[in-house]
Ligand binder design. Structure first.
Ligand SMILES: [Fe+2]
Ligand SMILES: [Fe+2]
Length: 246
């Protein structure tokens, strides 16, 4: 029952956006709107997934607690898409129905197996950690800052969850195969940094991340994940949140 604690953590976090005050009047300046519009719509689109392939691949883990934890995790990501979408609606921002970069990531996730899905997802989540920090600094909207703040708290836990899941999968692999997986992940991370910079640099720059700052910040998160993947003592979610027993 490797993932029972994760299941409990995600269950306890379902109220994560209850503190948001939607009655707050917050106005985006035309400049701010121009900076964030196309970017936030891509991230809002990227946050939503039904996770059908993920759940199908997850059966290979042969651990019901993993499937349950994953269902909560998928719901949590859908909540991210939901609150960003609601914020966009309130500001009459059009949501994206289709996005080629998001489609590439979705195809990559379904490409091979559970390990591939988690690796691609972890890559996107590492990027999110820096992106939402930049978005927080790029906006004066209190509500958007609150939304980003909560997404960052959640994503920090997602990095732990995906790193732990990868380690469980790596336990069945030999050293050479793990080494190749880690190299491929680095290549994917590097390529993703470049693509995200091309399409989201307005927000990143407004958040004071120039290319090398962005690159360094992303790789610092990447290294934290590599340490968690290698850390055999990490077995339960490390969080400040009090997790009530189920
Ligand atoms: Fe998310
Ligand atoms: Fe996430």
């Amino acid at each position: 029952m490797n993932f029972l604690k994760w299941q409990e953590y995600f269950r306890s976090n379902q109220d994560h956006f209850d503190h948001l005050d939607w009655r707050n009047d917050d106005i985006l300046t035309p400049d701010e709107r121009r900076t964030i519009l196309s970017s936030i719509s891509q991230f809002q689109r990227g946050e939503y997934s039904e996770g059908k392939h993920f759940l199908e691949f997850a059966k290979n883990m042969k651990d019901e607690s993993y499937i349950q934890a994953l269902r909560f995790f998928i719901k949590e990501e859908q909540d991210h898409a939901g609150v960003l979408g609601k914020f966009m609606d309130n500001h009459s921002m059009e949501k994206l129905k289709n996005d080629w970069l998001d489609n590439v990531f979705r195809r990559l996730r379904k490409l091979a197996d559970l390990e591939c899905t988690i690796t691609v997802l972890l890559t996107a989540e590492i990027i999110s950690m820096i992106y939402y920090q930049a978005l927080t600094k790029a906006t004066a909207s209190k509500l958007l800052k609150q939304i980003c703040g909560q997404i960052l708290i959640d994503e920090e836990m997602h990095l732990q969850f995906q790193s732990f899941s990868l380690r469980v999968l790596y336990e069945k692999k030999n050293i050479l195969s793990i080494f190749i997986s880690r190299i491929l992940h680095r290549i994917l991370m590097g390529g993703t940094i470049v693509m995200v910079w091309i399409f989201h640099r307005k927000v990143l720059k407004a958040g004071k991340y120039y290319f090398f700052d962005f690159f360094k910040a992303v790789f610092s998160e990447f290294k934290k994940c590599e340490s968690m993947i290698a850390d055999k003592s990490l077995r339960v979610p490390v969080t400040n949140r009090i997790i009530p027993a189920a």
